[in-house]
Design a protein around this ligand. Sequence first.
Ligand code: ADP
Length: 619
Amino acid sequence: MAIATFVVSLVMSSLTFWAVNSIQQDAQINDTRFGRDLGLLLASNVAPLVAEDNLTEVARFSGRFFNSTSSVRYIIYANEEGQIFFGIPFSQNEVKNSLTIQRKLELPEDYNPKAKIPVVRQHFTPDGKVTDVFVPLSVDKQYLGVLAIGINPNPTVVASSNLTRDVTIAVFISIWAMVILGGVFNALTITQPIKELLLGVKNIAAGNFKQRIDLPLGGELGELILSFNDMAEILEKYEEQNIEELTAEKAKLETLVSTIADGAILLDSQLKLILVNPAARRMFNWENTHIIGEDLLEYLPLEVTQQLKTPLTNISHGQDSDEEKDSHDILPTRGEFTIALSNPNQRIFRILLTQVLDQNRENIKGIVMTVQDITKEAELNEAKSQFISNVSHELRTPLFNIKSFIETLFEYGEDLTETEKLEFLQTANNETDRLTRLVNDVLDLSRLESSRSYEFTPLDLGQPIEQTLRTYQLNAKDKNIKLFSEIATELPPIWGHYDLLLQVFTNLVGNALKFTLEGGSVTVKAYPVKANPENSEEFSHVRVEISDTGIGIAPEDQEAIFDRFFRVENRVHTLEGTGLGLSIVKNITEKHNSRIHLTSEVGVGTTFWFDLQIYSNGK
Ligand code: ADP
């Protein structure tokens, strides 16, 4: 705008100056013509007087001529040598003594005394441009001297051209003053608020919703600023609300992640750890290690690193680790691995890797790694298949025996003696008992593991103990094992279920006899105990102990024998059993709010013991 204004004002000023110049040139031509005519007129009148040397008349005539017009600036006469002999405006004295004036008139170079046309030139004085006219004075072709007459410029023209020039300069200056004022006004009222608005919008875009603009402006710009501030306020409130909701959601998720039993690990796309829940820390022994921000692969156990390195890298680069690539690209890529750790951990993990994608499901933000410790599950599965093979074996053996004895009886019954027949029937009967026992054990256990509730009554423990010992009396005699019972006198009644407790005694005494060699002994004890021997006076429980002088249980097996289907002899293959007896015992004692314990030494013997709550207060 400034440049345009400058150009326009320059063009306008040039035009005006050009016009003024033309006017001045016209005026000059007029002045020249007027001066020349005036000079010729004066010269024609004065020349005869100069020829007569009548200087008085010359002076008088010239004076009158000079006074009659304001256009004449001066009149000077010089002789043929150029010596000035008279001039106006000069004093009369000077005129009188003009002959004595020794000044010489400086003639223009192109002045020709013989030429009839006067020479005209111009010169500048402080009072304006003066037109000098040099007219030769001659009478009858005799050259007498020169008349120089100075003509003042036309005052009207001078005044009007000066006025035009002054007006042009004033217009030029006022245009620039207006441009400058306009610029300042513009800067204060438009540029500054727009700059502030721009800064504000940039800050909002950068997420600084506290941004406000404080400019007291009216009009449309003021409205724009008001709307901007309103928008920023709404955004700020919205952000606060969002942050609150997000924080609450985050806290919920963090609680969830930290309480789940599975390990949860969150990685960024560079496989650096972002989040590790307590379960994962426990599984990988990271409890006292600072691992957040570190490279996952440097901290995983060797076997896991070996198996996961490539899949993790592939998933972080967006490749499916599954061999069969998912045909639907919308699903996040993932991978599932089962990794067994060798000594000393000996754990089996199922690890699931899942890609985390951004909102548009385009870019990979990270990887979620869930870790399940499936050691127990794997062991259980192993034990189950072991059990199925055991049961099949256990079932097949008695079934085969029963079938073969009955077949023999059926086909060759007539050839057999009565004793042989009885023996065959006895064996078939025993095998049937064995089958029944196995089936019963499986049924008992599944019943106990279901959430069925049992009705408890006050019980005298002596009864089931005596019943058990009676049952095993013959068996013990056969094996030459002594059976003892040490039941405290006046044993208080306990709170329990008769049949279940009978089963506990049957299983424990049965095991004791099974794993005790000939000549050994099995003892069942029952006596009252105090829950806290130091503080309480009264007995709260009855302790039951079943001890034997048998083969004992190695320390590494002492925990596992209570698991379903676990049998030490699976390894040693000497004595028969289902591996369910102690699981049933464990379940029944737990139903009585108690726990089964054992102390054992290989080759010395084993004692199983548990406490049962004494019945009191009508319970
Ligand atoms: P089973 O029916 O095979 O005896 P149990 O669950 O009763 O199954 O016992 C599990 C395992 O515990 C047995 O196979 C045996 O190895 C061991 N066990 C149990 N009781 C004794 C004991 N009194 N002495 C030695 N070992 C025992």
